[in-house]
Design a protein around this ligand. Structure first.
Ligand SMILES: CC(C)(COP(=O)(O)OP(=O)(O)OC[C@H]1O[C@@H](n2cnc3c(N)ncnc32)[C@H](O)[C@@H]1OP(=O)(O)O)[C@@H](O)C(=O)NCCC(=O)NCCS
Length: 316
């Protein structure tokens, strides 16, 4: 790991609070890291975030008396002095933050309900192991994990990812397995999308997994240089956090990987969603004949469905 750009020199004698968050990079997002004791994980995250120039603070729901000394030592090795005291989480802190990152403790368990409600829209959970009682070696590893996640946050500032992308970040997207088929079909049912004709395209179907649960899907039917995007679905409680966007992008990446030139789709319900990802409405008649012969075109989607396309040869 290289030298951090905004690390307070170890011997400067400056207290942590004396950092200039945001620094001369002009970073704007205010990030609040929350855990129970505010003695380890959230303090490390704040330290790294500030070191990388983010406007960061941290707090706990049951603050400890003092910082975890092993954490302080591990951060000192990285040139970051943690000199603050554990602080109590307040409603004002949450109000003022653009993004609240919980470090792995279940917020529902430790926070009063009104605080959770206030946080919900801007909440991300990082699921970081608690450094309490761990050796210096183990705490260094936890620190490295936190540092790489902090670097992800910088991508929001650079516009490379949105807050919503981050919020659905702990959900993994990957290829569907044969045994996933019943769950995918149940998801399509729940989302009122057609199930017929999907099974033969399982090898180009993607699923979003939250632990063992399938919470989203997208699939491609391949027609040589063309593909039909179908079955883009997100379980209702997981909607509105960027997962639909991620699943669509992942399907387009897969299409690109298969040297597809143009991806088509038909939709009745999400006519305003796909244009956000670069799809353009087209007359149904201009869809290539081999795609029009698909089950979705011939039997599943009524004529009221809108056809759209995206060219993968132009920049997305
Ligand atoms: C459409 C669907 C996949 C979107 O999933 P999602 O995870 O909620 O979407 P995201 O959070 O990634 O939303 C991305 C953007 O699209 C918008 N959006 C989401 N669903 C939308 C819809 N049905 N119509 C119009 N816009 C929509 C969001 O507001 C968001 O916009 P913003 O970034 O400007 O705020 C989901 O609503 C769904 O499963 N619907 C039922 C099945 C369906 O209609 N699938 C599409 C046909 S194949």
């Amino acid at each position: 790991m290289g030298i951090l750009p905004y690390i307070k020199p170890q011997d400067s004698g400056l207290a942590h609070e004396e950092f200039q968050p945001g620094g001369d990079r002009g970073l704007t997002k205010r990030v609040l890291f929350v855990c129970v004791e505010n003695a380890g994980r959230s303090q490390m995250a704040e330290g790294f975030a500030r070191a990388y120039g983010l406007n960061a603070s941290s707090a706990g729901t049951l603050p400890a008396e003092k910082l975890n000394p092993v954490v302080v030592e591990a951060m000192k090795e990285r040139g970051i002095a943690l000199l603050g005291k554990p602080k109590m989480l307040t409603q004002q802190m949450i109000r003022e933050a653009d993004l609240v990152v919980t470090m792995g403790c279940s917020v529902e368990e430790v926070c009063p309900r009104p605080l959770v409600e206030q946080m919900e829209k801007k909440l991300v959970d990082w699921r970081i192991e608690d450094p309490k009682g761990k050796s210096l070696e183990e705490v260094r590893k936890i620190g490295a994990q936190i540092e790489s996640k902090v670097m992800e946050l910088l991508k929001i500032e650079q516009g490379a990812v949105t807050m919503r992308d981050l919020q659905s970040g702990s959900i993994e997207i990957g290829g569907a397995r044969q045994e996933d088929l019943p769950d995918i079909l149940a998801l399509l049912d729940e989302c009122e999308l057609p199930k017929e004709g999907l099974a033969p395209h399982l090898s180009t179907t993607l699923v979003a997994r939250d632990g063992n649960q399938i919470v989203g899907s997208s699939a491609l039917e391949m027609y040589e240089e063309f593909a039909l995007l179908r079955s883009v679905a997100v379980k209702p409680p997981f909607r509105g956090h960027g997962l639909g966007r991620r699943l669509t992008r992942a399907a387009l990446d897969l299409a690109e990987h298969h040297q597809v030139r143009v991806v088509y789709l038909l939709t009745e319900t999400a006519g305003a969603f796909f244009p956000k990802l670069g799809f353009k409405p087209i007359p149904r008649s201009s869809v290539p004949e081999k795609v029009q012969r698909s089950v979705e075109f011939t039997t599943l989607c009524p004529v009221t469905c809108k056809a759209m396309e995206i060219s993968l040869t132009q920049q997305r």
